[in-house]
Design a protein around this ligand. Structure first.
Ligand code: UD1
Ligand code: MG
Length: 462
């Protein structure tokens, strides 16, 4: 797909008043990514000559997002005061490359558009202007497509100025257009300010063309779901639902079971292997890849992580920027903080927190432990309540627990410290020195037994 003679204008300057927000509308997220992300992504796949985002309201924020997230040099256009979609196109016109022949116009607030649809529009574009329309159940808010008795489009009427007859029309303007460059460069300046709304409507270009006997080419799309425009948070929610349904259906078709698909949150970037099972209320985001036959149980949160095959993540576990290898068992109620690597067949149990640590194969920390800045080697057993004291108030220090070591219940490992192979620490010990291989490290005051204490206590009280 190479469209070296196509320039793409993306309208993203509007304030988005109907969002009732301090943030620019196009930065409001759908399943974790600002809506403009999806539009740019679809546009970039076309490999166009150039992309011209038109920005105005909080333009620095929008530009920064685009620059930071796409390795691409955009030709940003600035609209001083957003005075309507035609005014936005005027701001973009001066940036158009002289070798462009077609100009594709997209809206930053129509985010679910697909690259395939855009390709189809570019292929089917003929003459001066191609309009993309669709039919919707509820056309409120959209520009209505007015056709004559020969079914030819004669104009677009915006909601604000439509009469009752026009408002009943369900064929709407999707806000996606393709123009020949010469036509657009000439006609955009002929659009007059709408007297009622005091805006320059790009949609008025249709009646101007019709008056000049220019044929309007239309592409009517059957499935309107991916052409929804977003002007308020209800529409944002509806678009999120549509996108989520699509993600989950694709995963289901590739072999993933969802026990309660309505209750999960899952982003477009997430990959899951076949025969994995996702339980209710699971949240999976970012660059997360889950292997095959893995079970993710209720209420689990996973962000930017790599999970292997046959892993079992039990309820209410939180995993961030970590890696879990095949057949590991995690949770319930475990917390894996960034840079944790859990090797195959390791077990991390309830109320265990792991931070920036590697837990090798077969090692276990089954209950109530904190392991931070540590290397825990193969088959180590970490007892209930054991803690790595990794922070001295100023710096973080490292703990190294070697193969087959046994860390007794409630041991405090004061880092930096090394526990040798097959070494044991006694329950409740505070370990401040390295323990050699095979040794027992125990640090405990002698136990005092005072017989008949309850009688002595009564006597003292009198
Ligand atoms: C627009 C169309 C309408 C169509 C609908 C599809 C016009 C006049 N109306 O209506 O026919 O059915 O989209 O979703 O074009 N923008 C600017 N600068 C401006 C004004 C808007 O860049 O001065 C941008 C907005 O950021 C937005 C896009 O243009 O991304 C569309 O503007 P919006 O105000 O949302 O138009 P709609 O009322 O949705
Ligand atoms: Mg809109």
């Amino acid at each position: 797909m190479l469209n070296s003679k196509t320039s793409i204008i993306i309208l993203a300057a509007g304030k988005g008043t109907r969002m009732v927000s301090d943030f620019p509308k196009v930065l409001h997220p759908i399943l974790g990514k600002p809506m403009i992300y999806y539009v740019i992504d679809a546009a970039l796949n076309l490999k166009p000559l150039q992309i011209i985002p038109v920005v105005s309201y909080k333009k620095e924020e929008v530009e920064k997002f685009l620059i930071d997230n796409f390795g691409y040099i955009f030709d940003f256009a600035h609209q001083r005061e957003p005075e309507g979609t035609a005014d936005a196109v005027k701001a973009a016109i001066k940036h158009i490359n002289r070798s462009a022949e077609k100009i594709l116009i997209l809206s930053g607030d129509v985010p679910l558009i697909r690259t395939e649809l855009l390709s189809k529009i570019l292929e089917e574009h003929k003459g001066e202007i191609t309009l993309v329309t669709t039919e919707v159940e509820n056309p409120i808010g959209y520009g209505r497509i007015i056709r004559n008795e020969k079914n030819k489009v004669i104009k677009i009427v915006e909601e604000k100025i439509a009469n009752d007859h026009e408002k009943a029309i369900r064929e709407i303007n999707t806000g996606i257009y393709c123009f020949s460059r010469n036509f657009l460069e000439e006609y955009i300046y002929r659009i007059e300010k709408n007297k009622q709304s005091k805006e320059y409507y790009l949609t008025d270009i249709v009646s101007l063309a019709v008056n000049a006997n220019i044929e309007i080419n239309t592409i009517k799309i059957q499935d309107a779901d991916f052409l929804l425009g977003i002007n308020n948070r209800v529409e944002l929610y509806n678009a999120s639902l549509r996108l989520k349904k699509n993600i989950i259906e694709n995963l289901m078709l590739s072999g993933v079971t969802f026990i309660d698909p309505f209750s999960v949150y899952i982003e477009t970037t997430v990959q899951i292997g076949k025969d994995s099972v996702i339980h209710p209320h699971v949240y999976i985001s970012g660059n997360t890849k889950i292997g095959e036959k893995t079970i993710i149980e209720q209420g689990v949160v996973i962000k930017d992580s790599l999970i292997g095959d046959n892993v079992n993540i039990k309820p209410y576990t939180v995993i961030e920027q970590s890696e879990i290898r095949d057949q590991a068992i995690i949770g319930p109620f475990a917390h894996l903080r960034p840079e944790s690597i859990i090797y195959s067949k390791a077990k991390i149990g309830n109320f265990v927190e792991i931070k920036k640590s590697t837990i090798k194969s077969g090692a276990k920390a089954n209950h109530l432990a904190y392991i931070g800045d540590a290397l825990v080697e193969e088959n180590v057993n970490i007892g209930a309540g054991a803690i790595t004291c990794n922070y001295d108030g100023e710096k973080k220090h490292f703990t190294h627990i070697k193969k087959n070591a046994f860390i007794g219940t409630n041991t405090s490992l004061v880092a930096p410290v090394v526990i040798g192979e097959n070494a044991i620490t006694g329950a409740g010990s505070v370990i401040t020195k390295d323990i050699p291989d095979g040794a027992l490290g125990v640090e405990r005051a002698d136990l005092k037994i005072i017989p008949n204490w309850h009688k002595i206590k009564k006597r003292i009280k009198k």
